[in-house]
Design a protein around this ligand. Structure first.
Ligand code: XMP
Length: 430
């Protein structure tokens, strides 16, 4: 690592990531560590320039105040503390330091250099990946989501054809999504890409299954099976690439914070796969992952995609999945995305999609009675997906999307807009 490092010690703060990101925004790399890290462990880190003792509301755990090891005060690094009254270090802040106070600490006291940027990060990672992998091979499940795409691009840069990507099309992808994975990775980046058409297999397993949890479980389990089968056909693979990012590590719980949430993904692979992991993004926040993707030359659409659930359109084709309704979800979603992009809403609205319930309603087409499906539009904003509010969509946009869906999507005679915030609704319907 060529980059200077500021170590943030978690002493029960809920603001660890806030301060970590702020430091990185000043161009200095930062990482969060548990409060009970030893002096030896800190000395083993490269280029440490300073330490922040970050206290806060979770400072008392099981009736006991958490404290750092005394030996850390003797290391001689510049140190400040935030909301940590027991601290013996010189400069103490009651709350997060202001931008200027932080800059004084970083650049005057720690003498850190602002050398954290994506170019350096990529250079470092390419070198580290080559060192880890040598002339061996890495396998990667490439869903086409932001994280797996950026990992793939980074690994291709580092080890080229020693990376084997497997893309499983489970039939629940959005319109043109699998095609674009093949185009970008096989045709443009010349990746070693195995494309698995598992559409019939997944839809077969899902036939007549209406319980949302059962659907999710089937999709997850089937994905693992398909991936394992493909892996079994390959020889000489020692590593598994994964798009783990920093929030995945932090949100799975620090010593003082409870677990925030656990979302399991289609990419979640079983632990008994005997591979060593390659996780080059594990220190990056989501916006940094995107910046890394842009720096690596990935298309804007791929890097700035809205979140998409692992089980894909499967949880938006409500109840037991049928092909006609799945097509209606896919086509209406494509129309919504196209119209949002025209208005620039794709850059401002956090998540937007369509769902199709499994019942019909009466309508009129060409002067005749029809009995057809409805499309529900959902568009929400949120910071952390734990709560969400409904986007106040412009009437004209809603009308245009509605008219296009009614004219272009088969088997649909009605369009509704979901006005429910989370809670009590969730963002997805299943
Ligand atoms: P809910 O529906 O719980 O969704 O309000 C919150 C956010 O999580 C996404 N989501 C998932 N993401 N795997 C994922 O990677 C999943 O199984 C999954 N289920 C929901 C959802 O799209 C929303 O952004």
């Amino acid at each position: 690592m060529r980059q200077d490092l500021i170590v943030i010690l978690d002493l029960g703060s809920t603001q660890n990531t806030v301060i970590a990101r702020e430091i990185r925004e000043h161009g200095v790399y930062s990482e969060i560590y548990p409060h009970d890290i030893t002096a030896q462990e800190i000395q083993a880190l490269e280029n440490v320039k300073g330490i922040i003792l970050n206290g806060g509301e979770n400072r008392i755990v099981d009736g006991q105040a958490v404290e750092i090891r005394e030996e850390l005060y003797d290391l001689g690094y510049p140190m400040i503390s935030v909301d940590y009254p027991q601290s013996k270090c010189g400069k103490r802040f009651d709350k997060l330091p202001s931008g200027d106070e932080l800059k004084t600490f970083l650049f005057e006291e720690c003498k850190a250099q602002a050398n954290w940027n994506m170019k350096n990060f990529i250079e470092d990672q390419v070198e580290l990946i080559r060192r880890q992998v040598g002339d061996r091979k890495v396998l990667l499940a490439l869903s086409g989501g932001v994280d797996s795409s950026v990992v793939a691009a980074l690994l291709i840069k580092a080890i080229g054809k020693q990376l084997v990507c497997v893309h499983v099309n489970h039939g629940l992808m959005r319109k043109n999504e699998s095609e674009s994975v093949v185009k970008v990775f096989r045709d443009e980046l010349h990746a070693n890409l195995i494309y698995v058409d598992a559409v019939e297999r997944f839809l077969g397993k899902l036939e007549n299954v209406s319980d949302p949890e059962k659907k999710r479980k089937i999709i997850g389990a089937e994905f693992i099976r398909v991936f394992e089968e493909e892996a079994g056909k390959l020889e000489g693979i020692d590593f598994l690439g994964q798009g783990t990012i920093y929030p995945d590590i932090i949100e799975s719980g620090t010593k003082t914070a409870k677990m925030v949430k656990s979302h399991h993904n289609v990419g979640g692979l079983p632990e008994d796969l005997k591979f060593e992991l390659v996780e080059p993004l594990k220190q990056l926040f989501k916006d940094e992952v995107r910046a890394c993707g842009v720096e690596l030359g990935l298309p804007h659409d791929m890097v700035y995609r809205q979140p998409f659930p692992g089980p894909g359109l499967g949880v938006r084709c409500l109840g037991a999945i049928t092909r006609d309704r799945l097509e209606a979800v896919r086509e209406s979603d494509a129309i919504l995305r196209e119209e949002f992009a025209k208005e620039g809403l794709d850059r401002t609205v956090w998540q937007y999609f369509t769902v199709v319930p499994d019942f019909k309603s009466v309508g009129m087409k060409n002067n005749a009675r029809v009995f057809e499906y409805m499309v529900i539009i959902r568009a929400v904003n949120t910071i952390d997906a734990m709560t969400a509010s409904v986007e106040k969509l412009d009437w004209a946009v809603l009308e245009r999307v509605t008219n296009r869906i009614l004219a272009e999507v088969e088997n649909v005679n009605r369009v509704c807009y979901d006005m429910s915030p989370k809670p009590p609704a969730t963002i997805e319907f299943e």
